[in-house]
Design a protein around this ligand. Sequence first.
Ligand code: NDP
Ligand code: OXD
Length: 308
Amino acid sequence: MTLLYTSDPERGRIWREIFATEAPDIAFVTPDEMGDPAAIRYLAAWDPSADLLARLSGLEILFSVGAGIDQFDMGKLPPHVRLVRMIEPGITEGMVEYVCGAVLTLHRKLIDYRIAQQEHRWAPVKLVPAAARRVGVMGLGQLGQAVLRALRPFGFALSGWSRSRRDIEGVNCHAGEAELPAFLSGCDILICLLPLTAETRGILCRDTLSQLPDGAALVNVGRGGHLVEHDLLSLLEEEHLSAAILDVTEPEPLPEQHPFWDHPRILLTPHIASMTRADSAARALIANIRKFEAGLPMDGEVRPDRGY
Ligand code: NDP
Ligand code: OXD
């Protein structure tokens, strides 16, 4: 049984050691060690070339090394190859830290204070209690739910939106397009943790963002393709929105002249909200291979009909 790994070499060194000690029956190889391509059953990759995929005639499962799978062209995967996204504690913990930091930054108006500092203005703003700040999460999956659990102890008024109905303690859950307006109108801080699919591309646009209350703020940690950039810029200009924290853009990195770089009300980070952690990800992958071998459902298997 052979797993081909084609991603970050530093992570690959750690994975090799963990596979050698904890799953010695699975041969861990990199492209230069591949030998007969037909012998590869599992591929762990971020964005494998069409050429490589065409050579792996015995491939059964493509494991994404990240949580997202929008980088893969699902239409080009042979229909029998199963696609699995990465669910592992390192990604979840990183996302929880980032989003909690972003929500507190917006709740405590640190972007406004940063602007005031640059203008040498000493300008305190009255505190809003957390219970009066409405925080909503689009996407109630692995990451959205973990973020909501971590935000609960602060006392924010929490809500969420997903495709199918969810029931999460302490969270006012909304489902489907019909309930999107009610969800949006109750978010002072909106967090996007959706996967990028044909349905969600461009979902953060004038139509939806203008349904947020006046002065609302956005945190986009999903994908750059969720956001219609010029709609965000004009809603900030019109002061309907007060700030945005963006970890993802399209393209990445942004071009040198892009207006986001110097916008005083946009805090930009280079797609670092969370990162796959080598040791916990290797163990999650081994556990998934064991489930597959035992005929059990794998964690994070993608449903091609939904696109996530
Ligand atoms: P999951 O697949 O676990 O959850 C996705 C959620 O989005 C589900 O609740 C799903 O609804 C909902 N959803 C999907 N499509 C729609 C739709 N059309 N309308 C309404 N809701 C929808 O994903 P994860 O939580 O693991 O990850 C989410 C995304 O976070 C990733 O796809 C990736 O883009 C991004 N990410 C970003 C990182 C960063 O560093 N910035 C790091 C890791 C991930 P339902 O519950 O009904 O299925
Ligand atoms: C991921 C990411 O999908 O880092 O894992 O965005």
